[in-house]
Design a protein around this ligand. Structure first.
Ligand code: UDX
Length: 506
């Protein structure tokens, strides 16, 4: 071989070698990319849903999963305004937004829920399809975790594009199971409810809940009225759509709802119970931080302007002397109900901190309030438009929680170990309050009563007469809640299994 032949041959060997190395590198890259799960999370645009789904998004992001959180412009704007720069929380947590299709000043879920829900479903599905079909951005979306209320559209898009779907049920497992069981109740004539006199009739056909639930404890939609809220058909339909999902996520834990979870697993074998998500996220963040470093910041997912003046007020109150009163972000009460609760609180002579959302009362506020209410509130009360709820529940001065039994509030009360006085308003809240009082023995259920004498008595029972009894069971459950999210706990193992599953499907 002459020199030029040798040169050509060595060039071609070098080229071949470069090609081979590039191929190996590309194979490595493909392998690496295909191993990176990219989850798209799509919540219903309301405080309770966005809160828990954003908690899940963060939990996945700190576990090295790429997450895209799909939000309406409206909610995203409120988060940026009141929850800080959410876009900077984690490098692997990104946000995409879409217009919800209603006017800027529309009340959204404060108005006709069905109408607004349909707008969001339509606009959201367009954006979901666009994001899932876009292969230019890397890594591509490998799984959709959709709010269970978007069961049908997410499953349709998943089927069409071949992307696995997981449904996240943001409310309690007991409410999910009762909605799922509605067709059985209709077939066995346990539904419909036939008027007021029927409300104490016991429901016997929900597997695992036999003889525990009365008609008045079923989700409020079973009462046949829906006052602009979702219809029973819509919720039952969406609940059954979860049978099309590859897996289910629930914000609960085994020690709290184990018996219901085992019933659900008969129909949904791949079920991950990851709750309480707020405690889970705090624990995982803290355990990833070296002990000599500052604890990681805990973010709020608030859509409202938090008024922290109540913390100063609480600092000045004796331990466990205050009942914290909040009815969540959606419930609207009548002026009569407002007066009964207010009188009950003032007459109980207990100190109270009340979240008085600007849109809490349906009718215009009366100008002249009775003097005894004004005086009683001045002496022993504090009101704010929106409170830092988790911090309030963890404050030493708080000894009770009067709540609408929304699922986030219930879990926050459980983790803080604060006994609850439940006054459920709608949706899942009726069954949650039944479990709080009858199954977990963590408080009292006022249910359909709203009378100043009842409020006064129940506040005193909770804060004084039966305080020790409720404290004992609430604190025991708080311990179990914290155990469930630690190493070896049920929610911790379920999160590890979920992450493993997300890696296996990409
Ligand atoms: C709604 C339904 O009411 C509820 O039943 C369902 O489970 C979820 O959707 P919402 O009314 O907002 O939710 O109640 P809840 O689930 O309790 O969520 C309220 C959230 O707002 C909680 O995380 C709570 O900490 C927060 N909050 C509430 C505040 O941060 N400050 C407040 O002053 C009041």
């Amino acid at each position: 071989m002459d020199t030029s032949q040798k040169l050509c041959s060595s060039i071609s060997i070098a080229t071949e070698e470069r090609r081979r190395r590039k191929k190996v590198k590309m194979r490595g890259k493909d392998k690496h990319e295909s191993e990176t799960p990219h989850v798209l999370i799509f919540p219903l645009p309301a405080q309770g849903h966005v809160n828990s789904m954003l908690l899940l998004a963060e939990l996945l992001a700190i576990s090295d999963v790429h997450v895209t959180f799909l939000n309406t412009h409206h909610i995203h704007h409120r988060l940026l305004q009141f929850a800080g720069n959410i876009e900077a929380r984690h490098p692997t947590l990104g946000f995409k937004t879409f217009a919800d299709g209603v006017a800027q000043d529309h009340p959204r879920f404060g108005g006709d829920m069905n109408e607004f829900f349909n707008h969001v479903k339509f606009q959201g599905s367009l954006k979901l399809r666009e994001l899932c079909s876009d292969h230019s951005g890397k890594p591509r979306i490998t799984c959709i975790i959709a709010d269970g209320m978007f069961g049908d559209i997410s499953s349709d898009i998943g089927d069409e594009l071949g992307i696995p779907i997981i449904h996240f049920r943001t409310a309690s497992a007991c409410s999910f199971w009762s909605f799922f069981s509605v067709p059985v109740l209709l077939q066995s004539n346990e539904l419909p409810i036939r008027g007021e006199e029927d409300m104490d009739r016991v429901i016997t056909k929900i597997p695992g809940m036999e003889n525990l639930i009365r008609c008045r404890d079923l989700p409020s939609l079973c009462r046949g009225t829906h006052d602009g809220k979702f219809s029973l058909d819509t919720v039952v339909f969406q609940t059954h759509q979860s049978l099309r999902a590859q897996a289910l996520i629930s914000n609960t834990f085994e020690d709290l709802e184990g018996s219901v979870l085992s019933q659900i697993r008969n129909r949904f074998p791949k079920l991950y119970a990851l709750g309480p998500l707020h405690a889970h996220l705090s624990y995982r963040k803290a355990s990833k931080t070296p002990s000599e470093e500052e604890p990681p910041p805990s973010f709020t997912n608030s859509l409202y302007d938090v008024d922290r003046t109540c913390i100063r007020w609480l600092d000045a109150q004796p331990p466990k002397s205050v009942i914290y009163v909040s009815f969540g972000s959606v419930a609207i009460i009548t002026r009569d109900q407002l007066m009964e609760i207010w009188y009950g609180l003032v007459n109980s002579k207990k100190r109270f901190l009340w979240v008085f959302r600007p849109n809490l009362v349906a009718e215009q506020e009366a100008k002249d309030l009775p003097l005894e209410l004004v005086e009683g509130t001045k002496q022993r009360g504090c009101t704010v438009g929106w409170a830092p709820q988790q911090e309030v529940l963890g404050h030493a001065a708080v000894g009770g929680f009067m709540t609408h039994s929304g699922w986030n509030s219930t879990l926050e009360g459980v983790v803080a170990g604060v006994p609850m006085l439940c006054w459920p308003n709608f949706g899942d809240q009726q069954i949650n309050s039944r479990y709080v009082s009858e199954v977990w023995k963590m408080g009292l259920d006022m249910k359909d009563l709203c009378d100043r004498k009842v409020v006064e008595k129940m506040v005193n029972d909770l804060m004084e007469e039966r305080r020790e009894e409720f404290e004992k069971s609430t604190q025991a459950m708080a311990t179990l809640a914290k155990k469930s999210v630690r190493e070896g706990g049920s929610s911790c193992s379920d999160l590890d299994s979920l992450i493993e599953y997300l890696r296996s499907i990409c």
